[in-house]
Design a binder for this molecule. Structure first.
Ligand code: SF4
Ligand code: SF4
Length: 342
């Protein structure tokens, strides 16, 4: 069921100018330390990430801001989406079967893809799991493989970002991806192998974006989310870690990074100028970066915002093939480097 759209709301295409002043109650909860410092902005040395948000509130500096967000008054459609996601969380998963089924990594990978799509995922990719993706304060899960799943969002609803129809749609899709990850984990267990789902709303053990890029979902965009060649940035992620023997997909480098160097759409649309125009040094790597401190106040007061990912030209349904063709004509590096993401 889709959230109903209040006729008084206007889509972001209306070119609204924001004059945002953060709620003083939220401002008062701001910690001394910057989220950018925690993230490692400006650091030259490579290191494992430190969690900034979406954790047990007592364990992070921004925990009181996270609680403030989680305790905001919500509308009926948001409440219903949260309840549906909780019902997914509460559905038991099977134990691992005692007998291990045996197949080749290629056959298992094909089976995983088929099952994931049958469980309502739109995107599937596989990568070797890397311990250096895991937050520095956690023990790395002992699994060799990471299956990344994605579900697309209804663009007609996301056009209302940062208002309730978009926030509701995000939660609806998090419920859907959580269901796919749990059902896939359950299926792998019935084959006699270990599998564990990861994704919202469980506190994150590792950020999903690096794994998704490695699994062939696309490239990091200037807005800090992945640009996929089909869905743009209009999708949500979850993952399954497993010891099922699999075959890795390859990264899909098709020119999105290059495109971002000549595009300023998300930068200009961000109400709080949080999106850096040029790549920044973060824990020893030059990459696109969103200023956590600037984004977070607006994000918290607008149901997760999503303006930047929605205005991204790649996210508009039907636009990506034309962009890819245009880039190919300009001889930008359009390369289909992996089978993932189909
Ligand atoms: S999510 Fe954050 S970075 Fe993106 S538009 Fe909203 S405030 Fe800006
Ligand atoms: S809006 Fe433009 S600059 Fe921003 S992520 Fe999308 S393509 Fe890149």
């Amino acid at each position: 069921m889709r959230p109903s759209t209040d006729r008084s709301l206007k889509p972001i295409a209306d070119g609204r100018r924001w004059n945002f002043v953060p709620d003083p109650g939220q401002m008062a909860l701001r910690p001394q330390v910057s989220g950018n410092t925690i993230s490692g902005l400006g650091e030259r040395a490579v290191r494992r990430p430190t969690p900034v948000y979406w954790q047990k509130p007592a364990s992070i500096a921004h925990g009181r801001m996270q609680e403030w967000f989680e305790q905001r008054p919500i509308g009926e459609s948001v409440r219903a989406a949260l309840a549906r996601r909780q019902a997914v969380m509460d559905t038991p998963m099977p134990e691992r079967a005692e007998t291990r089924q045996r197949k080749s990594p290629r056959e298992w990978s094909a089976g995983v893809r088929e099952r994931a799509l049958a469980f309502d995922a739109d995107l599937v990719g596989v990568t070797a799991f890397r311990a250096d993706w895991v937050y520095a304060d956690r023990a790395a899960p002992q699994y060799p493989w990471c299956i990344v799943l994605g579900v697309g969002q209804d663009y007609a609803q996301m056009r209302y970002a940062p208002q309730e129809p978009a926030g509701t749609e995000v939660l609806v899709q998090y419920g859907r991806i959580l269901s796919a990850a749990r059902r896939l984990s359950g299926w792998i267990r019935t084959q006699g192998w270990d599998a564990e789902p990861f994704g919202s709303p469980t506190p994150a053990t590792f950020p999903l974006i690096p794994a998704a890029i490695a699994a062939g979902f696309g490239e990091l965009g200037k807005h800090g989310s992945i640009i996929n060649r089909i869905w743009g940035a209009n999708f949500r992620l979850a993952a399954v870690l497993t010891d099922l023997p699999l075959q890795a997909d390859r990264a899909d480098v098709f020119g999105a990074d290059e495109f971002c160097r000549n595009c300023r759409v998300c930068e200009k649309a961000c109400p709080v100028d949080a999106i850096a125009p040029l790549p920044q040094l973060v824990r020893g790597v030059e990459r696109w970066y969103v200023d956590f401190d600037r984004c977070q106040f607006f994000f918290n007061e607008h149901l997760g915002c999503s303006i930047c990912t929605t205005v991204c030209p790649w996210s508009r349904p039907g636009i990506a093939p034309g962009l890819l063709a245009k880039m190919a004509r300009r001889s930008l590096p359009v390369e289909r480097a992996g089978a993932a993401g189909q």
